[in-house]
Ligand binder design. Sequence first.
Ligand code: GLP
Length: 233
Amino acid sequence: MNVIKVKDQVAGGQAAFKLIKQAIEAGAQVLGLATGSSPETLYQEMVNSDLDFSNMLAFNLDEYVGLAADNEQSYHYFMQEHLFKFKPFKATYIENGLAKDLEAEVERYEQLLQAHTIDVQILGIGVNGHIGFNEPGTSFDSLTHVTNLTESTIQANKRFFNDISEVPTKALTMGIKSILQSKQIILLAYGKAKAPIIKRLLSGEVTEEVPASALQKHPNVTIIIDEEAASLL
Ligand code: GLP
């Protein structure tokens, strides 16, 4: 795995943007996108750039179950507000967290993914090592699925909600195997809280207890971290 250490999250966004720009210049047509605070500066760079995404497709990693697209905490809303309303894509795909039949929805989404190889996948990482919403214990062979969020993830994400009782307990997420099918992966992590998991990711064993450790098996991964996230290396 390549590691790029940067001063702060702004520099991280610039470094990630540079990689995406190179990939697009080399022919990339399908981006895999993520939500959370980590990709925000990257999306800012994309918005401020003169790059045209209108011939590209975007697939998002995950979505909460039970939140409508216009709910401010939904990942649909996040993507709209941070990127899509400024930079139109040919088509954007995110799992439908309101689908009546969730199993049919994950099947539909996985089929879309199988029909379009993701050229560059952006990832954040949870403090427990989750990528997308693949929590510890998720099979490395997992495809898109419905998942129960762990207490640690609910606690970490409650800052976005008025009350912890409003944090959804289930989500739809691309699986580890779906993520590893991307040609190139860029993982972004900033801040002290991420330092232990970054250390574990880079030097620990590959185990389903640390979902992100699956990335060690992928041939083209770049980890972009700031000084705080790198502080235990
Ligand atoms: C959520 C998302 C993940 C994201 C993680 C970290 O749980 N499902 O995709 O990587 O949070 O978020 P942040 O970047 O805000 O630390």
